[in-house]
Design a protein around this ligand. Structure first.
Ligand code: GDP
Ligand code: MG
Length: 333
């Protein structure tokens, strides 16, 4: 006998609407829907449904027939309702099981397109969409996956979960002003007096299509107080976990020395490039990027440089398929 499989698409938490997806043989799906819908919905149609168990009414909801083999049920998202609906599904012979990609994305043309659709939902960065949009065609053209594909997939992980990028440097060089300019809103207090940023200020940013967890760190002060010293210790611990450290300075302020050797990529930037002394300052020669947050000059170049430190143009422009596995995590050897 063919079994129906079902899975929650929403977490088991209180919420307005819960979503359960059911997949299986058309006749078995018809039979299940007949138990809750007055009229079984045709492919692509919706129907109101009423769930009841021996205790009485569970809930009223909506059923969507996405295809002959897939339907979605949408009751209210109360945990007690979800528990009773779960028992109701079991009592009608449906088994709880992770669903295949083509069941979750029945609109996708084939299993590669369905896998790409699920992967798109996992990725934080919009750059991922360019790689996934024509994934099925890429798989066809690429042939069998190679060790190089797998190494590239490992590097493309930065598109899935946002990497940490910190900005560090002397106080008062404009780190918080830059953070606010990149975020296009005020997330960090800026001021002419040193030591304004005491606590690390996190903000999620899009840098040239890559989503990052950016952290504005307190500045390194010349003569730190006890509180400043502990803030600096926290800051250096955070910096040690970063994929990229943006080392910022301003004309005449010198480059801070990194506390310990780091595995992070370091991007040196000169801020306050609008000031007259910026043109001739010594720091300029060592900076990869010069910019002025106050005048919004050079911010696009800065975003591009940091994105390239996270993921190369070659990896993004490679026409071969992205070798992520069935779990949507990239394949690792
Ligand atoms: N001329 C100029 N001044 C800036 C620029 N960015 C920040 N400042 C000024 O530098 C001071 C310190 O800025 P802030 O962002 O708080 O520095 P932080 O301590 O490094 O976070 C403030 O008075 C800002 O107005 C800039 O691009 N150009
Ligand atoms: Mg600051």
């Amino acid at each position: 006998m063919s079994r129906l499989r079902w899975a929650w698409s929403t977490p088991m938490q209180p919420g307005a609407i819960a979503l359960v997806t059911i997949h299986g043989e058309p006749a078995a799906l018809d039979a299940l829907l007949a138990n809750c819908c007055r009229r079984v919905p045709a492919d692509g149609a919706t129907a109101r449904c009423h769930f009841a168990d021996p205790l009485g009414t569970i809930d009223d909801g909506v059923a969507v027939r996405a295809s002959s083999t897939t339907a979605m049920l949408m009751p209210h998202g109360g945990v007690r309702i979800a528990q009773r609906l779960q028992a109701w599904l079991r009592s009608h012979g449906a088994i709880e099981d992770p669903l295949p990609d083509h069941a979750l994305f029945p609109e996708s043309g084939d299993r590669h397109a369905a896998a790409a659709a699920r992967m798109a939902g996992r990725c934080a960065s919009r750059r991922a969409l360019g790689l996934l949009r024509d994934h099925a065609a890429r798989v066809e053209r690429s042939g069998p996956m190679t060790a190089r594909d797998r190494a590239r997939a490992e590097r493309l992980r930065v598109l899935v979960d946002p990497p940490t990028v910190v900005i560090a440097g002397p106080s008062n060089v404009g780190k918080s002003t830059l953070t606010n300019a990149l975020a296009r809103r005020t997330v960090s207090v800026t001021d002419g007096s040193a030591g304004t940023t005491r606590d690390p200020v996190p903000v999620r940013l899009d840098l040239d299509g890559v989503t990052v967890d950016w952290i504005d760190l307190p500045g390194s002060l010349d003569r730190p107080s006890a509180i400043d010293a502990s803030a600096a210790a926290i800051a250096s611990r955070i910096a040690a976990t970063a994929r990229v450290i943006v080392l910022a300075t301003a004309p005449g302020r010198g480059w801070p020395v990194l506390a310990s050797p780091t595995h992070s990529t370091v991007v040196r930037i000169l801020l306050q490039d609008d000031r007259p002394e910026a043109a001739t300052c010594i720091e300029r020669g060592q900076a990869l990027i010069t910019c002025s947050a106050q005048q919004s000059i050079g911010l696009g170049e800065l975003a591009l440089a940091i994105r390239r430190a996270l993921v190369s143009d070659d990896d993004l422009d490679d026409p071969r398929a992205w070798a992520f596995d069935g779990d949507q995590s990239p394949i690792v050897e």
